[in-house]
Design a protein around this ligand. Sequence first.
Ligand code: FE2
Length: 251
Amino acid sequence: MEKSTKMGSNLTGIDMSPIDSKAMIEGAEQYTNIDQKHEDGYSYEQIRRQYIQDSDAVGSVPLPGSIKGAFKSMMDKLKGNNPEMLINKLGERLAFERTGVRFYESFILKCEAKLKEQGIRVPMDELREIRDEELEHFQMLKKAIESMGADPTAMTPDADVSGVAAMGVQQVLNDPRTTISQCLQMLVIIESTDNAAWEVLIKLTEDLGLDDMTAQFQQALRQEESHLHRVKAWYEEAVRTQAKKSMSMSH
Ligand SMILES: [Fe+2]
């Protein structure tokens, strides 16, 4: 059985100390009151609202240098449509696929270190194959961005935001204590996001009439669908295997 599900010395629940729980509930009620005023007389909600209204966007889209020939031919293809959102989303996909390679590297390492010990079956050759496909997607996106005359090394706003969103996944995968099934759950999260994001990107390139890109991206989506299908199956098997083991231990 993986360590995560061992019964034992967990003291986090309120039942562990009924005496302290009353004080804890009182404290929670006192400090989570949203009408509570800051010392300058504004409520915290008013202050947060003000920050939201006053703040700038996360970064900006780096536009291609107009002197480049690639940019002109891309603008001809776009027929007056704005390339900004496409560049933003291509940059996001590129960042995500690059991170995906690292996530799989982390998981492969985890499996090499723990797989036998935990008695869970995850085919290592398939993991490496998926990692390699994420890398191919990254390289394909790099070329797509360059074909627009844009810079694939630039961080776009949605690349930034999706990087922030993936930080929790990264922490779980790189924590030496986490189990194979906990990490597989993270892979289900990233592959689900991957699938949804490719679907959006394909709709976008279809709208813009970029047929070559659309065809390439559809091929990537088919691979991502297979990734999701496989990591979900491994995850389910890992969880169910442990549940069966722990049931048989308790009887
Ligand atoms: Fe994937």
